[in-house]
Design a binder for this molecule. Structure first.
Ligand code: UD1
Ligand code: UDP
Length: 401
């Protein structure tokens, strides 16, 4: 990086981007003499984005408010691209920071490119090399990487992916993933502040989870009841994929009445419909279908769970650090590090396969223990500090040492 970047504009729009960018905003704001920080949210998500902004106490300077019920990829792309024109004209940033693989980040990067403003890509270089899986995220991340000047790669592997695409090595910085910064922040908060834990538990009780269960769930401790935590939202799983996932959960809940299955359901109607038709209406005593959770209660549940069934990207990065086995309902992953370490396993969306893999973990202590190791390939919670340092490299590096 050759030039000190003073005016920094961070752009994001969905829940996971917010979780991963808010700690970076906080870090940059620690250095007001160095950075003039502006935040633009596109509002690709609304409620699920606002939940995160509230927790991290981030007040955006700009909000494009683009979300529509049932929006498609064209709606999001057009809304962000057109909306960013005025924001960039007003903010006149030295650099635009975007995150990951969403349509918000790709359209915002393109908008910055049209004004010849350099883009810095946070969580750069993850690849499956299959443009339809995850879809459209694999292509989104590749396009954003092609536009970006600076690349903050979470791992050495993601750096290798960028080098293989001829990205200049001097512009790639291995930082760790900022999701670990977020996770450390909230875990620390819950450990330090007893009233925070009480508030989280009260929120979960409000959601319909009995207090007795919150007290009972304790990882794979078979003396008490166990918790299987579930999330799912991938576009490529819409339709048959989600129906198959729901049938698998239903049949597992019937097979294991002593295990509880908690599923905070994404607000996308394509997800809610099958979950409602197949799971909610089955009305099983040990299945809890609840609203998307604030980040703290969700982290609390991850830490109490015995295993996690998900198609989420972020959860694949958080759960290994907590020593939780993760079964990923996808056929590919751009996050192979935890798969290689043995704590994450790809199981796809086939009903029988999901049942078989969950059963193996619930029934067999050896299988369970072989996956339940705390590994942390994605970072040490200091990614934001490294990114801030890189951005200010020439001017004020001594402030960060
Ligand atoms: C988006 C991202 C995906 C990311 C996911 C995280 C793209 C193409 N997809 O997918 O990469 O993994 O977010 O969750 O960028 N909705 C609400 N309220 C909310 C959020 C969503 O009602 O707060 C509903 C709306 O009907 C909306 C729909 O969900 O139209 C889909 O939202 P969208 O952002 O387009 O897709 P996601 O599946 O959330
Ligand atoms: N998460 C949350 N509440 C929930 C479910 C997930 O706060 O009810 C968090 C989770 O800890 C992770 C992020 O949301 O940090 C993942 O978001 P999502 O699965 O929507 O997107 P992805 O990571 O797949 O892009």
């Amino acid at each position: 990086m050759t030039k000190h970047m003073n005016k920094v504009l961070l752009v994001f729009g969905t829940r996971p981007e917010a979780i991963k960018m808010c700690p970076l905003i906080k870090e940059l704001e620690k250095h007001p003499g160095t950075f003039d920080v502006k935040v633009c949210v596109t509002g690709q998500h609304r409620e699920m984005l606002d939940q995160v902004l509230n927790i991290f106490e981030v007040k955006p300077d700009y909000d494009l408010k683009i979300m529509k019920q049932g929006q498609d990829l064209y709606d999001v792309t057009v809304g962000v691209l057109a909306g960013m024109r005025d924001v960039l004209e007003d903010a006149k940033p030295d650099v635009v920071l975007v995150h990951g693989d969403t349509t918000t980040s790709t359209a915002a990067a393109l908008a910055a490119f049209y004004k010849q403003i350099p883009v810095a890509h946070v969580e750069a270089g993850l690849r499956t090399h299959n443009i339809y899986s995850p879809w459209p995220e694999e292509m989104n991340r590749s396009i954003t990487g092609r536009i970006a000047t600076y690349h903050f790669a979470p791992t050495r592997l993601s750096k290798q992916n960028l080098l293989a695409e001829n990205v200049s090595e001097e512009n790639i910085f291995v930082t760790g993933n900022t999701v670990l910064d977020a996770l450390h922040m909230v875990l620390g908060k819950m450990q330090r502040e007893e009233n925070m834990k009480t508030a989280v538990e009260a929120r979960l009780v409000q959601e319909g989870l009995p207090a007795s269960l919150l007290a009972a769930w304790d990882g794979n401790n078979r003396v008490n009841r166990r918790l299987v935590l579930i999330t799912g939202h991938r576009r490529e799983n819409f339709g048959d994929g989600f129906r198959s996932i729901c049938y698998a959960i239903k049949s597992l809940a019937e097979k294991y009445p002593e295990v509880d299955f908690v599923y905070p359901v994404h607000l996308n109607p394509n997800v809610r419909k099958p979950v409602n038709e197949i799971l909610q209406q089955a009305d099983l005593a040990n299945v809890y279908i609840i609203s998307p959770l604030d980040y703290l209660p969700f982290v609390y549940l991850m830490s109490k769970s015995c295993l996690i069934l998900t198609d989420s990207g972020g959860v694949q990065e958080e759960a290994p650090g907590l020593g939780k086995p993760v079964l990923v309902m996808r056929n590919t992953t751009e996050r192979p590090e935890a798969v290689d370490a043995g704590t994450v396993k790809l199981v796809g969306v086939d009903e029988e396969k999901i049942k078989e893999e969950v059963s193996a973990l619930l029934d067999n202590e050896d299988v369970y223990n072989s996956m339940a190791q705390a590994v942390n390939p994605y970072g040490d919670g200091k990614a934001c500090h490294r990114i801030a340092r890189m951005l200010s490299r020439e001017a004020v590096v001594e402030q960060f040492i």
